[in-house]
Every structure is written in structure tokens, then in C-alpha cells.
Design a protein around this ligand. Sequence first.
Ligand code: NAD
Length: 390
Amino acid sequence: MVRICVYINHENLGVPTSSFNPLASPSPLRPSMKVLAILYKGGDAAMAERRLLGTVENQLGLRQYLESLGHEYIVSDSKEGPNSDFQRHIIDAEVLITTPFHPGYLTADLFENAKNLKLCVTAGVGSDHIDLNSAAKKGVQVLEVSGSNVVSVAEHVIMSILLLVRNFVPAHEMIERGDWQVSEIARNAFDLEGKVVGTIGAGRIGYRVLQRLVPFDCKELLYYDYTPLPEGAAKAVNARRVENLEEFVSQCDVITINCPLHEGTRGLIDAKLLKHFKKGAYLVNTARGAICDKDDVAAAIKSGHLNGYAGDVWDVQPAPKDHVWRTVKNSLGGGNGMVPHYSGTTIDAQARYARGVRSILENYFAGDPQEPQNIIVGIKGYESKAYGQR
Ligand code: NAD
């Protein structure tokens, strides 16, 4: 097949660069483009369950749509090293679709090779795997499907808090082993009622976590965020803002992390901050693995300073087989609620983020404005205020 591509210099057409897209109309001038998607391999599960849309097999349901417009759609899970499909195709892709669950890490170096790149779309929420500062510098837009999986994650957070506080995992393991010694479990099992729970980050997920905690009759709900909640929203969940992080952590029995990973949050939970945690506190991290120092957290669990750690995010993903968070336990053989990164990729969430990616692409091809809440980096730089105070 011979493709004739005509590129026009839009700056000469008097059309604002921010809204111009040569693919806007089905005109014969519309060039085809390369759309590259880095997704994870779903294997047999993805063949049997086609609603696993975020997989290489099911391709976010976009192949027919993109090919009907004449675009080339490359989908692969191969993302590491110079011979990976990611690094080979990023050179001439115009659109990159990635997912936080199997992140294609678009580093500053790779940005230098991505000469044709104009749009990065995150199928999900959390675009820290894209070097956002490079995107801002180069005028590459970064969009995510904001809100698509925030309920999915908030539910997972509540589950993780409960399984730690109630010492669930060792109790279930005991049953599987054929043992029965109630005291061994009950000695480290508590109620959530009457405890102080705090969230670092009170955005879409953090706030939904607070909402879901209300009926548990906690002693107090706290939050730490440089953006205060609107007064009515804070009142609705009876949450108190603590502006100093050390003071915040020192008051909490349970801390849940719900902020993005950026320069200001990388390694935020380290040995220095952990010293300010209450002895025996629990930490739940479904935000990003790199917000916590892996070894400092593991040491705190082993020493009993933390009674448990749970979550689904790792730095890097897939997590190495020997990653300490896979197996670390407190001195009573519990305190580990770690799972692979799936809290935000339930079947329900996948339907929402696949639909959201399609809608972002439709806007892009048509030259229509994007939903403001989805724009992390726009043509003129950062638009989201959630990725650090700038
Ligand atoms: P959001 O943008 O609605 O809220 C983020 C909040 O974090 C904002 O209120 C922001 O002000 C706050 N924040 C930023 N930096 C902070 C800091 N240094 N200290 C305290 N607060 C800070 O985002 P969201 O939809 O709630 O998602 C939050 C994060 O959760 C995402 O960026 C992503 O990393 C993670 N996430 C994980 C999964 C999963 O499957 N595990 C799914 C979705 C999102």
C-alpha cells in the first residue's frame, strides 16, 4: 500500500497551534500516524476474558477504530532496553499510549529520540512514568483518564487498611495450612473504630477514602495536602487538615498515601520520617512505590515500628522476584498486604479508562479541546496542580 502524506506548516495558516491538528477533518490531506501502545501481556486470562481491555491481547479495544482512520497501531509489552518495541517505535510514533500497570518509562533520554511525539495518553491515572518536565519543555501533551479508577483504588485502600488492622492475611494462611490457633491471630488484631486515620493527598482518591471511612467511627480523620479541601467537603467527612508532615504522621494510627509521584514525593517516606510515625502504625500505599523508601519501610516492619504495610505499587514494575516487600513480615508473621498493581484495573475500571483513551484520541484527531481535568501537561506546560507546587 502506498501512503501519500502531506504535512502542512500550520503556523502559516493563522490557526492557533494549541488547537490545530491536521487530522481534524476527514480531508484527503490527513496523514496517517503511528500510535504506539505499551500494555501488559494478559495471556490466557486475556483471551478468555475480553473485558481485560488494558492488555496486549485486547489492545484497549482500539485497533479497528485506529485502522479505520488509516493509522498504524503498534501494541506491545516489550519496554525495556534499546531493542524493545518501546524504544524502537518511540522514534517515529506521534501518539504514545501507556498504562501505569506496566509502565513504559519515557525518560528524558528517550524524549530526545522521540522526534515525532506529540501526545502521551495514560490509560488510567498517574503519569509519573513519563518524564513530565521533558514533556513540558518539548511541548508534548500528557493526558490521563482522570477519575477513571479512583473508586476502584479507594475501595482497595479500605480493604488494605482492614486486612492489616484485623491481621487477616496470617489468619487466612493459618486456615489454608490446616492449623487453628485463634490466639496467634487475635494477639495482633484490632478494630478500626477509635483509630486515627490520615491520608497524604486528599484529591479524588484520598477524598473517596475519607468518605468511605466515615461509617467506621474512627477517632479522627486527618489529611495532609498542600491544596486544602473546600470547606464543605472537609466538613462532610469531618476531616482535619494538618499542615506539617511530621506532626501529621505522629498523630495517625493508619496512614494511606494518595498523592502523585513527583519531585516532592519521591522517597517521602524514609527512615527520617518513619521515626515520627507512631510505634505500631500501619501504612497503605496504592499511590506509587517510589514514594516510599523500600529498605527503610522493610526495616521499620521488621523492627516493629510499623505493624504493617500494604498496597499494590512498586518501584519498578514488574517488581523483581526478590523485592523485599514481597515477603517482609513483622515479628508475629503478619503485616504484609502487598499485591501486584491491580487496584485501579478492575474490569469496571478498564471499561472506563479504555473509553476515556478513545475519547482523548477522538478529540486529538478532531482538533477538539480536551477535557481540562485530563490534562497533566498541555502544549504550554503543566496544567495539573497535583504534580507538585510549581
Ligand atoms: P488527584 O490529582 O485527584 O489528587 C492528588 C492529590 O495529591 C492532590 O490533591 C494534590 O494536591 C495532592 N498532592 C500532590 N503532592 C502532594 C504532596 N507532596 N503532599 C501531599 N499531597 C500532595 O489524583 P488521584 O486521582 O487522587 O490519584 C492520586 C495518585 O494515585 C495518582 O497520581 C497515582 O499515582 C495513584 N493511583 C494509583 C492507582 C493504582 O492502581 N494503584 C490508580 C489510580 C491512581
